[in-house]
Write a protein that binds this ligand. Structure first.
Ligand code: FES
Length: 100
């Protein structure tokens, strides 16, 4: 086993895009997929995609009926778990992701 976080990745963001087909709601119903796509596109256009990674995930365990769940992993810092994240939060999440 070899630890790799930090070799290439400064920040890793996980965005829940979970979808359910059993009648229960999930983050996809509250903008998870759109938030993921917007964030990935902005990381690409800003030139940060090689060091600031974003991954879509399944359920992160904080389902709600407002927005998606986002986790920001930054080298050397505790992870930040954000719940009920909507498009209105995009700019503040972005600032947190790209801060030095
Ligand atoms: S479905 Fe996204 S946290 Fe559970």
């Amino acid at each position: 086993m070899k630890p790799v976080f930090g070799d290439r990745c400064k920040v890793h963001v996980c965005v829940c895009t979970n979808e359910r087909t059993d009648g229960r709601t999930a983050c996809k119903d509250f903008g998870g997929q759109e938030f993921f796509k917007k964030l990935k596109e902005k990381l690409k256009t800003s030139g940060k995609i090689s060091t600031h990674w974003v991954t879509r995930t399944g359920c992160l365990g904080f389902c709600n009926s407002v927005g998606t769940t986002v986790v920001i992993h930054r080298r050397g810092e505790p992870s930040q778990w954000l719940n009920e994240v909507t498009d209105a939060d995009f700019d503040s999440v972005w600032q947190e992701i790209v801060r030095e």
